[in-house]
Design a protein around this ligand. Sequence first.
Ligand code: F6R
Length: 611
Amino acid sequence: MCGIVGYIGEKQAAPLLLEGLEKLEYRGYDSAGIAVEDNSGNIEIMRAKGRLSCLAEKTRCGKALEGCCGIGHTRWATHGEPSECNAHPHFNDGQTIAAVHNGIIENYTELKKKLLKRGYSFYSETDTEVATKLVDYYYEKHGDPVKAIANFTLRVKGSYALAVLFKDYPKQIFAVRKDSPMIIGVTKKEALLASDVPAILKYTKNVYFVENSEIICLEAGKAVFYNLDKEELEKTPVKINWNAESAEKGGYEHFMLKEMHEQPKVVKDTVSYYTDGEKINLNRSGLTGRTIKKIKNITIVACGSAYHAGVVAQYVIEKLARIPVRVELASEFRYREPVADKNCLVIAISQSGETADTLAAVREAKKLGMKTLAIVNVVGSSLARVADGVMYTYAGPEIAVATTKAYSAQLIAEYLLALKFAKVRGTVSAEKYSALLSELNALSGKIESILNNKAEIQRFAAEAANKKTMFFIGRGVDYAACIEGSLKLKEISYIHSEAYAAGELKHGTISLIEDGTLVLGVLMQQELLEKTLSNLVETKSRGAYVAALTYEGMNKAKEIADVQLVVPQTYDVFAASLAVIPLQLFAYYLSVLKGNDVDKPRNLAKSVTVE
Ligand code: F6R
């Protein structure tokens, strides 16, 4: 959701800005632009609607803009249609200030009116042009970029990551952020700014995470951080353990395919990090035995696939640890005036750690005095900093918009929590605990074996390619896997699908089943098998084309299903980890067959930093 980059150093900025923006493409965008300060100190801007390749063509791969200091932007339209005119960077009236912005300025209409009265004119429909001219207004007033930006932050409502070039301050980039991510990297002779780590990994692994309302002044080889009173701040960089190659396709056709194939490793790494033989150690997340014993109930907040991972956690934690769990969409939790409960642990799940609603939900929970824990993938992200405790997932950078490996790592974190809670609270026997823990170690190999046998799923996808709609049904954890499978399908193949708790189908939706409708049943919960099978039969007798996703050797499904897909056996509580793999692959192959942009599906953004 909009990407920002900035570069100041000895090299030509424009090609590096384009390269950095490419690394942020996954965030989603519909236009792009760069501003470079040329050798005579003028700021030049070039923008283009559409893919980065259009901007690259227009700028002759950056050669058309000469200079060693610049800012770049990929825009995901919020205010005003995707167009060259609305694309960033934006200029002030005198073309002496250029800015890029990520986020939403909520009071931009009011600010625009004020600026119009003061004689400013506007050429675009964007809130960013308003932001640029507001900075200009305060710069004219105070004659100092840091003071201008400080005044800007006091006047503006909403979220922003803003990077600004001032013609009067050559070879410097000024920036600020509130509730939109921004990171800084400094090398000996360069300084870089970006919305996310992959854009600067090639240059440095030491990253400064900018806090809300911190103002930064970048010069080659230097970053100075200020508070709103222009007092200098001491900041320490965080070491990122990702390498630049982990953000490359590595020979795979798509990032999504690569990331699905990384799942065995991701699962193994996440399990290993928190276990030591027979012990699960969550101390680093702030969860000691004493804290765990105090928890009376759990609320999970998240969005999208992370929410779906939360639905799995609800089943697993309740089953193993006997703690009541409620899962909520973060966007609902934040506004429903939740009741304060000091014994409630609020768990926020997020890959990026920057999702606006999830962050707001955690802030709300903290305001109400509840203890918060973040299950998050990006080290040092906003969520990781806001929550009381953090349990990192070890998925590495995830580039494809549709999450796969981060979701799988989230499931592992949840299983570890469930098992640890169960152990501390004495709700599982020592034998069961050991058996479950050893199965947790075996999951990685089982996922690998599914990935090694994907031809069957590819064939099934080819059969399903002409379907207009599909149903996924299951019960318990299988239902949780269904909602994720259905989302994957919708987001990348653009085929409509519904995920239903199998028992709920005949309360209305079964009316949609007609001749040839594809119904895929996930059948891994042993105790509920007969029930879900009956539900599949009900759809088949109404003309459905039935597929069953089961454990190996589940012969009963063969009698009913037109197609059977199998995965190795596991404990039912861990079933989602295996069920989701064929569902991800199914969505992937359908997307490829339809010629879609698998890694960057239409209208979607990887990191949703606005509400
Ligand atoms: C779907 C997907 C999204 C994210 C959601 C939350 O494939 O990736 O639904 O899960 O936007 O994002 P994070 O996990 O970054 O908070």
